[in-house]
Design a protein around this ligand. Structure first.
Ligand code: ATP
Length: 306
């Protein structure tokens, strides 16, 4: 019994950890091949994908009945446009992303993709249409090539290299002992946070999904790395319907709409410049970030003098 119990328990823990932190959801489904929370309705059809139009209507959701996490959320993302979610920790940003990927079903309201309620289509067909760039990418204990190819298993080598180039990781891979055949992951070469994120970007570029869900990393990368990653991220999002959970407001200045969440509700919404002139929650967050950047600059300035 104990032997059986341990691995099952481990899976359960892993599953919950991923659900909670929105870590590499796409991988997870392959690891588990089974899903607990969400079940396809018997007559579920395939999602018929058109241009990737997303509509969220009056969505409310709670993980546990006593506590509502999202309250009456409505927004839409027209094909190819970008909506950013910002707000304090625990305000419900990642939960919105999880609902879109149908990790959970909404309690009330609807999420519509290209005219179809996602509750009524096969989960696999929905997830095929969506690429996820998580904060933390879990690498397989396999070659770096396989880890990129995972985005589209049938992809020829040339496409894998192109994706790696566009994700700005090709040159790095060539410095590995066996280049693309180098084993990575826990039992292989360990990659840095920035490198893992590039693998996720390359994977998503290879998958070429119509919809991209992006969870921006909170961990500080150095400015040059950050700039390069930003360029790669822009490639992933360009011409795709994108929802981004943003931690650095400077990356979403050009978003078509920014939703400011607080305690599960949208408290402000609009473009960057509108929200700045509103002088509310967003404007305060913006001021705070500018201040922090100044502090960082000061600190690095001091270091240079030494
Ligand atoms: P952060 O910026 O810290 O990632 P967030 O805005 O993405 O935060 P969510 O992760 O969506 O916030 O969480 C919203 C609320 O739901 C939080 O209060 C959180 O504690 C709660 N919550 C999240 N996941 C679960 C879960 N699996 N079970 C119960 N409550 C949860």
């Amino acid at each position: 019994i104990i032997q059986l119990y341990v691995p099952l328990n481990w899976f359960g823990t892993y599953y919950r950890a991923i659900q909670k932190n929105f870590v590499d959801m796409e991988n997870m489904f392959d690891l588990l091949k089974e899903e607990k929370e969400v079940v396809d309705v018997p007559e579920a059809g395939q999602l018929v994908l058109k241009k990737g139009n997303i509509e969220v209507h009056n969505v409310s959701f709670s993980y546990i009945p006593e506590r509502i996490v999202l309250r009456n959320i409505s927004f839409s993302v027209p094909p190819g446009k970008t909506v950013a979610l910002v707000g304090p920790s625990g305000s419900g940003k990642s939960t919105i992303i999880r609902l879109l990927f149908r990790f959970y079903d909404v309690d009330t309201g609807t999420i519509i993709v290209d005219g179809q309620n996602i509750k009524t289509v096969k989960q696999a067909s929905l997830r095929k249409a969506i690429g996820v760039v998580p904060q933390d990418t879990v690498l397989f204990n396999n070659t770096i090539k396989y880890n990129i190819q995972y985005g589209r298993i049938s992809a020829p080598d040339a496409d894998i290299v192109t994706a790696a180039r566009n994700a700005d990781i090709h040159d790095k891979i060539l410095t590995f002992p066996d280049a693309y055949e180098t084993k990575v992951g826990e039992r292989g070469l360990k990659l840095s946070g920035g490198e893992k994120q590039r693998v996720a970007i390359a994977r998503t570029l290879l998958k070429a999904p119509t919809i991209v869900l992006l969870d921006e990393a909170t961990s500080a990368l150095d400015t040059q790395t950050e700039r390069n990653i930003q360029a790669a991220l822009n490639k992933v999002c360009s011409n795709r319907t994108t929802i981004i959970v943003a931690h650095r407001l400077s990356t979403i200045i050009h978003a078509d709409e920014i939703l400011v969440l607080k305690d599960g509700e949208i408290v402000e919404r609009g473009e960057h410049k509108d929200l700045i002139s509103l002088n509310g929650v967003y404007a305060m967050m913006w001021q705070q970030q500018l201040k922090n950047e100044d502090i960082k600059k000061d600190e690095s300035g001091n270091l240079d003098e030494k």
